[in-house]
Design a protein. Structure first.
Length: 76
């Protein structure tokens, strides 16, 4: 289940990134950052399930930072 979710999030992030690069419309950047943060969260949960707790915690902390940057970009 997590592997499928990770693949879907990668595809969504790739499509958003490609659209942002081609159109030069950077207003969608916070949404792409939100998708990347969600992907990092899913990766962190998968790592913790595989008993690689240090890497999982690092991924979750990274996702929290990306979520913060994304919300800040949406609000300002």
């Amino acid at each position: 289940m997590l592997k499928i979710l990770r693949i879907v999030l990668v595809i969504i992030g790739f499509v958003l990134g490609g659209y942002i690069l081609i159109s030069s419309n950077y207003e969608g950047l916070p949404y792409m950052m939100f998708v990347i943060g969600t992907m990092l969260l899913v990766i962190g949960i998968a790592e913790i399930k595989q008993n690689r707790k240090k890497m999982g915690i690092v991924s979750i902390i990274g996702s929290l930072f990306v979520f913060y940057v994304s919300v800040e970009g949406l609000l300002f």
